[in-house]
Design a protein around this ligand. Structure first.
Ligand code: ADP
Ligand code: MG
Length: 388
């Protein structure tokens, strides 16, 4: 698949721009193993890069213009480097162009002095399934430009560039997790991120050795109130931290919860309890992976789902059904992943049970009259890289 996309994106580039690209770079989507909504609370997350990638064929130009194309759209977006601003670009082109703008904004490049670019994108990261097709674009484009403009930035700096593009250019209020996972992923590893210090460490997953895989169950449900729900949860977390007198919920521990229960209203308390226990579950998952291996983390995944369902209230019936069905069909653990209100669940599964799980989930969805889910396995993979 990857080989094909590499060739396709080159051909698309040549067709659209009439020249040969300087190279092809790629960066993956990501799934979050555990640690949901903890990122904006200065907490911990444990995502991994997946084996679905966005490819960017990129070439330098003689002038100061940028053109961006994608197999996503028939249109080529074109703009002068010195005209880049969040107000003048909308739609998908905001992701790649936002990266260029962010490089200027963060002082990494002088946009008045660098050469223009032609960029063509191709991807097999599903869009809007909670697998961060947006960070995959940002990662591929940032990694490519870093090399072509000889900026010498490290992967963490490039992740910050992607986040700045997404937050300030596209206008999506997300944490740093997606970009860090896309840039720093490694084969058969997760990326443990402390969102306060932005320190990242690779954690060996050992899935290959234990003959395990991760099944993504994309419910295909997209709830209209997802962004409103996200804002509301963020506000609850901020209110909870303020009431408890801490800078962020990262500073609250499981031992503090009885006191929090006395101080907070029921809803705020349950929001806080999710974040506090989820942070602990991330730490416990890292520790368990190191000491006992992946077969021992199932209960932590299951507990994470219950916490999101009951305390944070961001699950939907389709996600709950996916998780319960996966658990009943032999998954070691399962949970919804991503922001919630739709999107995907993941299940940690012995490889030989994958098709049994897929059949079980399809059957359960049909029985409940839900639309057919899309299920596929993902393999924890390498982050951004140059392809050719
Ligand atoms: P996700 O969970 O997939 O990251 P987002 O809403 O954050 O969802 O980002 C999806 C958006 O990214 C799409 O609506 C589109 O604007 C852009 N996008 C994703 N993949 C591509 C692609 N291959 N080409 C162009 N734009 C893309
Ligand atoms: Mg995204």
């Amino acid at each position: 698949m990857s080989q094909d996309l590499r060739d396709i994106v080159r051909a698309e580039f040549e067709q659209a721009f009439g020249t040969t690209p300087a190279g092809v770079w790629s960066s993956p989507g990501r799934a979050n193993l555990i640690g949901e909504h903890t990122d904006y609370n200065d907490g911990f997350v444990l995502p991994f890069a997946i084996d679905r990638r966005t490819f960017a064929a990129v070439g330098l130009r003689d002038d100061a213009r940028i053109r961006v194309g994608s197999t996503f759209s028939d249109e080529i977006a074109e703009i002068a480097l010195d005209e880049l601003s969040p107000d003048v670009v909308s739609g998908w082109a905001g992701y790649p162009l936002g990266v260029v703008w962010a490089l200027g904004q963060l002082g990494h490049a002088d946009l008045a002095a660098v050469p223009g670019l032609d960029i063509m994108l191709e991807s097999d990261v599903p869009v809007g399934a909670g697998l961060s097709s947006s960070a995959a674009i940002e990662g591929a484009v940032a990694f490519a430009i870093d090399e072509l403009w000889r900026l010498g930035l490290d992967r963490v700096q490039l992740a910050r560039v992607g986040r700045t593009a997404e937050n300030e250019f596209v206008g999506a209020p997300t944490g740093i997790m997606d970009q860090m996972a896309s840039l720093l992923g490694r084969d058969d590893s997760a990326v443990f991120i402390d969102c306060r210090t932005q320190e990242a460490t690779a954690v060996d997953l050992g899935l290959a050795e234990h003959d395990l895989t991760i099944l993504v169950i994309d419910t295909q449900v997209e709830h209209a109130h997802a962004s409103g729900g996200y804002r509301e949860r963020r506000a609850s977390c901020e209110a909870g931290a303020a009431a408890l007198g801490v800078p962020a919920l990262r500073d609250v521990t499981v031992d503090d919860l009885p006191r929090a229960k006395e101080l907070l209203d029921d809803v705020t308390f349950r929001r806080v309890r999710h974040i506090v226990t989820e942070n602990q579950r991330v730490l416990d998952t890292v520790e368990t992976l190191r000491t006992q291996g992946p077969r021992a983390i199932g209960e932590l995944l299951d507990a994470s789902h219950r916490s999101m369902r009951d305390d944070f209230e961001i699950s939907v019936p389709e996600l709950d059904l996916a998780v319960e069905t996966a658990q009943a069909a032999g998954a070691i653990g399962a949970r919804m992943t991503g922001g919630g209100f739709g999107g995907s669940a993941i299940a940690l599964v012995p490889r030989e049970l994958v098709s049994r799980l897929q059949v079980a989930v399809d059957g359960a969805f049909a029985e409940h009259g839900y639309g057919q889910p899309v299920t596929f396995t993902v393999t924890p993979s390498e982050g951004a890289r140059r392809e050719v």
